[in-house]
Each structure stands twice: as C-alpha cells, then as structure tokens.
Design a protein around this ligand. Structure first.
Ligand SMILES: NC(=O)c1ccc[n+]([C@@H]2O[C@H](COP(=O)([O-])OP(=O)(O)OC[C@H]3O[C@@H](n4cnc5c(N)ncnc54)[C@H](O)[C@@H]3O)[C@@H](O)[C@H]2O)c1
Length: 459
C-alpha cells in the first residue's frame, strides 16, 4: 500500500534513517519517558506542553518524572536530540506527533475530552502532508475515528493518504523496575493499513515489540480491557476482604496461598481503594461509551461501587480500633502513613489515602501524614481545608498519635519503629503481616485485641 503513496514513502524513509523530527504533546508521566525513548533511538524530539514549568525543566536538562533520570534528559538535550516548547507552531516542522495529554472524568463520570480536543485543534492548525499523528491518551473506543479524524480532515487533508492517524495505548507502570517504555510491547491500530504501518515503524525505532491490531477501535478497547481487568479483580478481592473481616479469616493468607497455583490464578490485593490516573477512571470511559450503544457494563459499575466504598471501610476500621481503647474518632489524632496512590511513587492523583484522611477529618479526627515521596499536600488535593506537610517518622511522632493508619506501604518506612512506638495501628496494606501485635488491626484479617471493658457505673 505504502509503495503507491509518496507521502508514506517519504515518511517511512525519514523514520528508518532517523531523520524524522518527532513531537510529543503532553510531557507528563507518559509523554516525557516516550520523548526520551525516541531521542535515545536517534530521533530529534521536541516536547510540547502548555505547562511552562515542565518546558523550562526539560530545556534546562532536568527531569521531574522519577522513572526518567535527569542525566538522560541532560545528555539528550546537550546532544541536540531533545528540546521543549509551549509553542505549537513547531508542529509545522515535525514529521510525527504523539498526543499524551490527560483524559480525566467529569464530576458526572463522563469523559472529559477537552485536553485531547484542544491539543488536536492546535496540531490541526499546523497539519501538513506526510505527517503522522498518534493518540496515546487512554480513551473510549471510537475516539480516533469519530473525534480526531474529522477534526484533522477538516483541513482538507485525508487520513491514510495525505497524513497518517493511529492510536497506540500507553502502558507505563510507574516505578516498575522490570518493565519500561522500551521493553513493554506496544499495541498499534491505524485508521487505515498505511496509518498502522507508519505508526508501527515509528515505535519500532524505540520499542522492542510492536503488536499490530486491525483498527484504532481495537487498540482503544485493548487498553480499556487491561484496566477494567484490574479494576474488577481489585473489586473482587476487596469484597473478599470485607467478607473475611466478617468471617474472621485472613484474606492476605488466602491470597498468598491461592497464588501458589501455577496456572489459572493471578493475585490481586485488597487495600483502601483504587488510585492513580488510570484504574479508577478508564473503565468509566468504557461504560459511558457502552451506554451509547444501549449496553450496561455491570461488572464495571459493581467494581466501582465496591472499590469506591473502601476508603470509608478503612475509616470505619480506624473507628473500631480506637473503640477497643475506649476512644472516639472525634478528638483523636491520626497519623496517615503513605498517601501516594501506590508504593514507592510520588503520584497522589485519585489516591484513596486522601479519601480516608478526608473522611476521618470529617468525623472529627485531627490528621497528620508522613510520606517521603510527597513532601507537601495542598488543601484542595484532600479537600481538607488546610495544606499539610509530611512529618518525619520519628519514634516521638509515631507515639504521639492515638492511631497510625498505613495507607500506602512505601519501602522507605521503618515498620518495626511503627510497631514499637504506635499505641494503635490500622494496616490497610498488610505492610506488617500477621502477628505484629495485639495493637495492630489489619484490613481483611481477624483482630486480636479485645475491647477494653467499659467502666461500670458505681452502684
Ligand atoms: N500515568 C500513567 O501511569 C498512565 C499510564 C497509561 C496511560 N496513561 C494515560 O496517558 C495520558 C496522559 O497521562 P499522564 O499520566 O502522562 O498525564 P500528566 O498529567 O502527567 O501529563 C499530561 C501533560 O499534558 C499537558 N497538557 C494538557 N493539555 C495540553 C495541551 N492541550 N497541549 C499540550 N500539553 C497539554 C499537561 O500540562 C501535562 O504536562 C492519559 O490519557 C492517561 O490516562 C497514563
């Protein structure tokens, strides 16, 4: 197909010879690692972001994403292979553009496509023949052909002939020491076969394994299946944790033992709820689109209910733990350990820890937190009315609170110091394991401490 198309031939040969100029729109958790990987592969890469602070950092040769070493950004910038700008007019001189902007939900749980649309409009203003555009932002099936293709074709250029349009979902797993952008297989779907070929060629410069699929809709759906799979299985194991709590069985022991099955089982772990930019959000992109087709996505809705109730459940557990010492949540002091949405990262987006803190504060507790990855928590981020700063985890600090609640099990915490100094601990991540003491209450596991008996009124 491409042999017939001079635009395709020219672009392919520029990609193969590494003369292609690549652009990445949105230099966040997804965009910066991708830009760096393309630059490592020998392409000349320009990042475009509306956030002038990120552009300034890249231009100064510094990284702000933990998985991307500053030394890499500095070396690539010095070699003239990586730069950044807020100005979309650079698109006029680019051969390829990958769109990595946010796709959040509105309060109504409908997709908020405003970032994608605004980025695409800016790109369309500088679209030129022979250009490849790939959307990477997670989105509902149909976005590329229903939203982007008409927007770009309104310029008079035609997808598959004059320019090339594809979707390829990002699979970044922040802090994963084994899998990174390069060695994680990349699914690619094009609007036409030529579009798929162009996108596959671009990624092949920087990524070990390309997985072509037949359409952009399939590629969009692949990402939603992956994230819905996680949301539903986490919902299942969270429900099992609530069940085990009620039945006096240790859910963590159950999952660990079930994991010894060498086939047909994959462990998921309970916790205070879903967090991050993907798992709590993406399945609702799918259920929203399914509704348009008259289909009710019941697993997604149910998992949403179970997972969404977990922060309240953990807050209730803090109340139960305080109760054993004849204390109320109202007026108690609670130290929250770990507020990023998962272990060993700095990202607090959608973190369930913030919901637990918010609920406890609403019930009258005073809240302090410790998280070496999150030095400051803005007031609006936890709807707590005040900005908080992480406190150092000293023995005195631990001891001065009525209860410590472990919300994210960062490796950096000294858990033996927590066990030794805290009067009461609620462990929502099994960070302490079984047998850490009668003052430890684990989510989904039997409590060992009996409540202190009420003081009898004098007869
Ligand atoms: N973070 C992850 O682990 C992850 C994993 C897989 C997929 N995704 C998906 O990738 C997409 C991006 O996520 P992220 O985590 O990198 O987001 P992010 O918020 O870290 O980065 C997005 C960047 O886009 C910029 N931006 C917003 N609108 C823009 C515009 N119109 N023009 C130029 N720049 C603009 C923002 O300033 C920001 O720097 C989302 O759709 C997300 O669901 C994220």
């Amino acid at each position: 197909m491409s042999a017939m198309n001079p635009n395709a031939n020219a672009l392919l040969s520029r990609i193969h010879s590494r003369d292609a100029r690549a652009g990445v729109v949105g230099l966040g958790y997804v965009g910066l690692p991708l830009a760096v990987e393309f630059a490592h592969a020998g392409l000349r890469v320009t990042g475009i972001d509306l956030d002038s602070r990120k552009v300034a950092e890249v231009s100064a040769g510094r990284s702000y994403i933990p998985d991307v070493p500053t030394a890499d950004v500095a070396a690539l910038r010095d070699a003239g292979r990586l730069d950044a700008t807020t100005d979309f007019s650079v698109v006029g001189s680019l051969d390829t553009v990958n769109i990595c902007v946010p796709t959040p939900l509105r309060k109504t749980k409908d997709p908020d496509m405003s970032f994608v649309v605004s980025a695409a409009e800016q790109i369309a203003a500088h679209l030129h023949p022979g250009m490849l555009i790939v959307l990477e932002s997670t989105t509902y099936p149909g976005t590329t052909v229903e939203l982007l293709q008409p927007l770009f074709e309104a310029t008079g250029l035609k997808a598959g002939q004059d320019f090339f349009l594809a979707f390829s979902p990002e699979r970044v797993d922040p802090s994963n020491a084994t899998f990174n952008t390069r060695n994680t297989p990349k699914v690619v779907g094009g609007v036409t076969p030529a579009c798929a070929e162009m996108a596959g060629a671009l990624y092949a410069t920087a990524i070990d394994t390309i997985v072509p699929v037949s359409s952009t809709q399939v590629a969009e759906m692949v990402k939603l299946l992956e994230n819905t799979f996680r949301a539903v299985n986490i919902g299942l194991v969270n429900e099992l944790a609530l069940m085990c709590d009620r039945m006096g069985i240790d859910v963590w022991e159950v999952v660990t033992a079930a994991s010894t099955k060498p086939f047909g089982f994959m462990p998921f772990y309970p916790g205070p709820g879903l967090g991050g930019h993907c798992i709590p959000i993406d399945p609702f992109y799918l259920s929203w689109k399914a509704k348009e087709a008259g289909f009710e996505a019941r697993f997604i809705e149910l998992a949403g209910h179970v997972n969404g109730a977990m922060p309240h459940y953990v807050a209730d557990k803090v109340g139960e733990a305080l109760n054993t010492q004849r204390k109320a949540v109202n007026g108690s002091s609670v130290l929250a350990l770990g507020i990023a949405y998962k272990k060993d990262i700095d990202d607090i987006r959608e973190s369930p820890a913030l919901d637990v803190m918010h609920v406890l504060r609403d019930r009258g507790a005073s809240i302090v937190y410790s998280d070496p990855h999150v030095p400051v928590l803005p007031a609006r981020a936890w709807a707590g009315g005040v900005e908080l700063s992480s406190v150092p985890l000293t023995a005195e600090e631990i001891a001065r609170h009525d209860c410590v609640v472990i919300l994210t099990n960062h490796s950096a915490f000294d858990y033996s110091a927590v066990v030794a100094s805290a009067p009461l601990i609620v462990d929502s991540r099994n960070a302490l394991g079984a047998g850490a003491g009668n003052h430890v209450f684990r989510l989904g596991a039997p409590a060992h401490a009996a409540p202190e008996p009420a003081v009898e009124a004098a007869a």
